[in-house]
Design a protein around this ligand. Structure first.
Ligand code: TXA
Ligand code: MG
Length: 343
């Protein structure tokens, strides 16, 4: 299939993208978090094309994207006071809320057979305009091949999905750079199933209640509450090692690793730690930004992992970051990429 490249700033291109969505096709589009691969959430055949294009396991449910809170009525019958508060505070934005699904509202393949549905309103002018023109609930996972880092630039989407989907709407780089926070409000205490663009601290401030993280997923037999959490994610081809400690300690450990390194290594570090690094010649080095700006570091991460995937590095070294605020999402993604390999 030939994948059309459409321009997000052109109204007629967005109309074409909306037409394709209505025709049951898949269209990738930018959001503030990562690019999504959209299809009409009411059309089971269209949604199946998403799973096919990504090579995604069919029990991993999708997030439904909307542009107007009114669309919620078609998806769920009950919106709690806390959910209302959170939507008022963070929508449009990188927060996905889980609702009890309205019976027969959407096909089972969207929700992986669960009786709940995940919904978010993205904060990106191109995404919002496309959703408005289509005027449909749009199911959209990240627009990457399953198991690859989520795409934060249009080139990433083309690399993974060109020829496999109907169209890609180009709209620049994603500013948040990690996926939305997925929040479960079914119990007394709100539970973060996936840390993301909206932080635990922000959620606590708005709800006035403690919010907790879901326990890390333990075994393949257990059924995690966010089914996506059980799959390996964001793992680049070369092993990733997180070198712990202060910038001085991390730089020391990595310099030591690089000295006897046989093949080429990839190094992705903060500007501060990079300055302290020795033996970096002949290795691929990525400066993620300053440790004083963890948002910048977070938004650089997936592009760095993809850069190493397109190279011949045999190992990737990085450092650890504080887990407050956006650091929680950053370390969550780094740990997934590393599969807990630490030095
Ligand atoms: O930022 C984002 O959320 C991006 C952009 C495109 O909006 N989308 C995204 O979708 O990251 P995806 O499919 O890659 O991740 C969806 C996550 C998965 O971990 C999935 O298991 C979880 O949300 N999820 C979806 N529906 C759920 C439900 N009903 N209950 C619990 N978890 C759910
Ligand atoms: Mg994904």
């Amino acid at each position: 299939m030939e994948t059309k490249l459409l321009r997000g700033e052109q109204e007629k291109d967005l109309q074409e993208a909306a037409r394709l969505l209505h025709a049951g096709e898949t269209v990738a589009f930018p959001t503030e978090t990562v690019y999504g691969l959209g299809a009409n959430a009411l059309d089971a055949d269209a949604v199946r094309k998403i799973y096919q294009a990504k090579g995604r396991p069919s029990d991993n449910p999708l997030i439904v994207h909307i542009y107007d809170k009114k669309q919620l009525n078609t998806l769920t019958e009950h919106v709690s006071e806390t959910a209302q508060q959170l939507m008022d505070a963070f929508w449009p934005g990188p927060l996905t809320l889980i609702f009890q699904k309205k019976q027969d509202a959407i096909p089972d393949c969207v929700t992986g057979g669960l009786d709940t549905v995940a919904v978010r309103m993205p904060n990106h002018p191109v995404a919002l305009r496309l959703l408005q023109l289509a005027d449909l609930p749009i199911a959209a996972p990240s627009a990457n091949l399953s198991g690859k880092p989520s795409p934060t630039a249009v080139a990433h989407v083309q690399h993974d999905l060109d020829g496999r989907i109907a169209a890609i709407v180009a709209g620049g780089n994603c500013t948040v750079g990690v996926e939305s926070t997925v929040l479960d409000l079914s119990g007394e205490t709100p539970v973060i199933l996936r840390p993301g663009g909206v932080t635990k601290e922000q959620l606590e401030q708005v709800t006035g209640k403690p919010v907790r993280y879901a326990a890390p997923f333990a075994s393949a037999e257990e059924t995690p509450r966010a089914p996506g959490m059980k799959y390996t994610h964001y793992a680049p081809e070369a092993p990733v090692y997180i070198c712990t400690g202060t910038p001085e300690e991390a730089a020391e450990k990595i310099s030591h690793q690089l000295k006897p390194h046989k093949g080429k290594a990839g190094v992705m570090l903060s500007a501060e730690t990079l300055r302290l690094l020795k033996n970096k010649d002949e290795n691929l080095v990525v400066n993620l930004g300053s440790r004083n700006d963890l948002k910048q570091i977070t938004s650089s991460l997936f592009a760095a992992l993809r850069y190493f995937d397109n190279s011949d590095v045999e190992a990737i070294y990085t450092e650890s970051f504080p887990t407050e605020e956006i650091g929680a999402a950053l370390m969550n993604r780094l740990q997934k990429a590393a599969g807990s390999k630490k030095i």
